[in-house]
Design a protein around this ligand. Structure first.
Ligand SMILES: [Ca+2]
Length: 465
């Protein structure tokens, strides 16, 4: 059987509730909705982290963040180290298997030489290397006047222009990034359609991550909504339109049947103060995780359970839902299996979900334990049970409870703490979560610290209860 093309689309900080097919009442995402109609919509898709860089590292390596060498948000200055050398990424493995590989959009896994997309399996890269850019100037203002530590020296950060074609800096001043990413992706589809090799095209939009910019034609569509909701709706509408142009381009070339199209958000919605562009100093609630509790940075469901869709018309039945949990680190083994490439040599933490996806109507809920970490928070999901240690709702504030146990089948919003009702289960899951966390800490100390030394941006929090 021939190898399928693979198109991955990642949105940035898009909440579980911020698509119309996920229940958003006030914005429409017709192209994402049609993608879901053509395949499987996940009820339980998870990122491996409630923040950008570790989530992306896991998705691209098939490993937990601590195993992938990226446990925290990576800086965007030009010396920032990122995804370590010597770790095999999904595009690198596919490239070995005969694929052409492209990244269009956001990287956020390191800027320093050796950390960039071309160093990690991408033949071709167009986009930006840091975590955020102004949508029109493509400048990262996030480091302005911050004290940065570069090779043990303290420096004062400045704004940095961040737009690249492979290792060459390029300029598209004044163009809206969401539209540029859509156009560049279509160009790459045209390019690949003219060749004979299968392609892996990784399209990482920064929408709807701050700064909250959208062209007026999109703002005007949502002028009736409160300001903070209106701008998010405008950004998501532009994102959906760009995805529409990409899907139409696949259709134009007759590629849709044999192309896997996969969509996910990298983490839950942001409530960060810096979403505001008018100096407002309160939390931002323009994005929503729907019925879920928590936002970006939280290990409650809203931080890590995200929209997820997969379509592959020649193999995966249309108009399906699956409740089976899938996690970012499952993406690599799933796509390697789809491409007929053996993943055994890569020591992956994720599991291929290909069988579940090609037979979603007979899938059963997976009973494997899944784990997350963020600072001093640690969590575990086992079947319908979810336990969070030091779970936080607001990143600057303390935990809501040291131990929070909930039943996701009956209480998806994690509203009721069952620790006192089910002390034995709480103790068992606590022990399991702490054992996993200790293994990650040990791996970090023995594997990554000797290799990366102080070049890693991760400083260990006191995670013990
Ligand atoms: Ca993000």
């Amino acid at each position: 059987m021939s190898q399928p093309n693979i198109l991955v689309i990642i949105s940035d900080d898009q909440g579980y509730g911020d698509l119309s097919c996920m229940g958003a009442p006030d914005l429409k995402t017709p192209h994402l909705d049609s993608l879901a109609e053509s395949g499987v919509l996940f009820d339980n898709f998870y990122s491996n982290s409630p923040v950008c860089s570790p989530s992306r590292a896991s998705m691209l390596t098939g490993k937990y963040p601590g195993k992938a060498g990226v446990r925290s948000i990576i800086d965007g200055h030009r010396w920032a180290p990122g995804l370590p050398q010597g770790i095999t990424t999904l595009p690198a493995a596919l490239k070995n298997g005969g694929y052409r590989t492209d990244l269009v959009g956001k990287w956020h896994l390191g800027v320093a030489p050796g950390s960039r997309p071309n160093d990690h399996g991408f033949d071709n890269f167009f986009g930006f290397l840091g975590g955020t850019v102004d949508y029109f100037s493509h400048i990262n203002y996030g480091m302005n006047n911050r004290t940065l530590v570069v090779e043990d020296q303290e420096i004062t950060g400045t704004p940095v222009h961040d737009l690249w074609q492979n290792d060459g800096e390029i300029w598209h001043d004044g163009r809206y990034m969401t539209e540029v990413i859509g156009e560049k992706t279509c160009e790459r589809i045209d390019h690949h359609a003219a060749g004979n090799d299968p392609f892996y095209l990784h399209v990482a939009f920064n929408a709807p991550h701050f700064p909250l910019h959208a062209p007026n034609k999109y703002r005007e569509r949502f002028a009736h909504l409160p300001a903070e909701r209106g701008i998010i709706a405008a950004m998501i509408s532009a994102l959906d339109d760009a995805i529409g142009t990409i899907l139409a381009r696949l259709d134009h070339h007759g590629l849709r049947d044999d192309t896997i199209v996969f969509f996910m958000s990298d983490n839950g919605p942001s409530r960060e103060i810096r979403n505001w562009l008018d100096g407002t100093q309160t939390a931002f609630y323009g994005s929503t995780a729907g019925a879920l509790k928590g936002h970006k940075f939280s290990l409650f469901e809203g931080g890590v359970r995200v929209p997820g869709i997969i379509s592959w018309p020649s193999r995966i039945p249309s108009a399906q839902h699956t409740a089976t949990p899938m996690v970012g680190m499952d993406v690599m083994p799933t796509f390697l299996e789809a491409a007929g490439i053996d993943s055994d040599e890569y020591d992956l933490d994720g599991t291929s979900m290909l069988d579940v996806l090609t037979h979603p109507q007979i899938a059963e809920t997976s009973e494997r334990d899944l784990f997350w970490e963020q600072g001093d928070q640690t969590s575990i999901r086992r079947g319908e049970w979810k336990l969070v240690l030091n779970g936080r709702l607001v990143e600057e504030e303390g935990p809501v409870d040291e131990v929070f146990l909930s039943n996701l089948r009956t209480d998806v919003g994690e509203s009721k703490n069952l620790v006192d009702q089910l002390p034995e289960l709480a103790a068992e899951l606590t022990a399991q979560a702490l054992q996993w966390r200790n293994e990650i800490e040990h791996y970090w100390d023995t594997h990554w610290v000797p290799k990366l030394g102080t070049s890693t941006s991760f400083s260990r929090p006191a995670f013990h209860r």
